[in-house]
Design a protein around this ligand. Structure first.
Ligand code: NAD
Length: 450
């Protein structure tokens, strides 16, 4: 279902009328294309006070943008606020960004680099936590399709030992058109274990970083799953597209289009993990749990079978197959597991006690398993939490609820399946080892669950 309002505000009379009425002004978002893989302009690198980490300039260079300390119209601004450790130090954040924020090009990016709030130093913790409120507020007021995020670099075990080196893949994603529908997010990087597969080594072929890896995507016949399969194939992965046998025709069409292998299989089948392992005899470098269903009813009207089917597909099958595939060694060191939560799992939603429970469960799974999977298997575990994404599922939502879902976010529009897919691909990057146990909302900074 096309977003007609977005088209209307893209015309001169429509813009005039909607401005006069004080209505939202969504800016058309620029997504990644082969012809326009980068933002259009330089990257302004600023520092608030003294930096507490090394390697920021090197990490910024991986964005492919020209890094400068002075620019009239930057496409991106990165503020290194890692050294801000007192309330007074927050003045440096204001002093750095206040003079330049207006000069950011439309569709621009602001990334603030911070560190993890310290459990031992409440002044540092207050100052670093302050950055979160700052970033979320700036994301709400910046407009014109621009986005704002906070990336926390892990604290140093030895003074002066913290490095932004492992932030390369994250900055590459956030400072590019790939993150068009991600805003107001806080990403906390971990100190990546040195022996976890390809670690944070430079990617051999930046145009096809997943070359040589097999990726399996569940629920890949259509919607977000088909977009994930497509983006992972674009990035060089051999893709196995899984969906229920009932969707075989659509699945085969999608798989053919992508040069992927179709695997018709109900993910809740007792032997699902064995059949997945059999379909990937050389192991699975990337496992994406995307299949999901809704069976909405208010709790008072919800029969046990509607409750159980949602928990079974959205959560229990994810827990079971993940456990079995990790145990069997099907996911090698350097492997990536990405699950799909939802902002409903953060904010809750009327009529969705079952769905929100299943999606909140995914968040619990990722946060708990991430660190252990990294330690025991060299595998990362992360989740995307989509907001309002334009799919068949959301096209079926009644008009007024659909319009509210589209507009109630900082970008005043719904996202596209490719926006979720790009986030999954960032988690899947070989040099995303430091990205673990994270839940990234792809929701245009939705007011729900904010
Ligand atoms: P969709 O209904 O278009 O696609 C889901 C796919 O999963 C379908 O092809 C379906 O056949 C498959 N599937 C369902 N049960 C399965 C099973 N037991 N085994 C194998 N495959 C199965 O939905 P979508 O909008 O593309 O959503 C994809 C994921 O994103 C879901 O987990 C959904 O909960 C989540 N999500 C979507 C939105 C949104 O706005 N569209 C928002 C938040 C979260």
């Amino acid at each position: 279902m096309a977003d007609r309002y977005l088209h209307l505000t893209g015309t001169a009379p429509g813009r005039f009328l909607t401005r006069r009425l004080g209505l939202p002004q969504p800016a058309p978002l620029r997504r990644w294309t082969l012809e326009t893989p980068h933002l259009d302009g330089p990257l302004l690198h600023l520092t608030a006070g003294a930096s507490a980490v090394t390697g920021v300039a090197e990490a910024l260079r991986t964005s492919g943008l020209t890094v400068t300390e002075r620019a009239d119209r930057p496409a991106a601004i990165v503020l290194d606020a890692t050294g801000v450790a007192t309330a007074a130090g927050l003045g440096d954040v204001h002093a750095a960004l206040h003079p330049v924020v207006r000069s950011l090009a439309p569709g621009g990016r602001i990334v603030v680099l911070g560190t993890v709030p310290s459990p031992d130093d409440h002044h540092q913790a207050a100052a670093q936590q302050a950055l979160e409120g700052f970033v979320r507020s700036l994301g709400k007021e910046i407009g014109r399709g621009s986005t704002v995020q906070l990336v926390r670099i892990p604290v140093a075990r030895i003074p002066g030992g913290a490095s932004a080196h492992a932030a390369g893949s994250t900055l590459r994603f956030l400072l590019s058109p790939r993150s068009a529908y991600v805003s107001g997010q806080v990403i906390e990087l971990t100190s990546a274990a040195p022996d976890s597969g390809s670690g944070s080594d430079p990617v051999a072929d930046p145009a096809a970083p997943l070359t040589g890896r097999t990726a399996l995507v569940t629920g890949a016949a259509r919607g977000i799953g088909a977009a994930v399969a497509s983006v992972l194939a674009r990035d060089g992965a051999r893709v196995i597209a899984l969906d229920v046998p009932g969707a075989r025709e659509e699945l085969e069409r999608t798989a053919d289009r992508l040069g992927a292998t179709a695997l018709p299989l109900d993910i809740t089948a007792p032997d699902a993990a064995d059949r997945i392992a059999a379909a990937a005899p050389d192991g699975l470098g990337v496992l994406v749990h995307n299949a999901g269903i809704t069976r909405d009813r208010r709790l008072a009207n919800m029969p046990a079978d509607r409750w159980a089917s949602v928990i079974e597909v959205n959560l229990d099958s994810v827990l079971r197959t993940t456990d079995e595939l990790l145990k069997a060694g099907t996911i090698p060191r350097g492997g990536r597991i990405v699950a799909t939560a939802s902002i409903a799992g953060i904010a809750g939603n009327t009529g969705q006690t079952n769905y929100a429970a299943s999606k909140a469960g995914i968040i619990g799974l990722v946060r708990s398993l991430g660190p252990r999977a990294a330690a025991d298997h060299g595998v990362t575990v992360n989740a995307v939490a989509p907001g309002f994404i334009e799919t068949k599922m959301t096209a079926a939502v009644p008009l007024f609820i659909r319009e509210a879902g589209r507009r109630m976010n900082s970008l005043s529009q719904g996202g596209l399946p490719v926006d979720v897919a790009e986030a999954v691909a960032w988690f899947a990057q070989p040099d995303s080892t430091a990205v673990n146990g994270q839940v990234l909302r792809v929701c245009g900074q939705s007011l729900l669950g904010a």
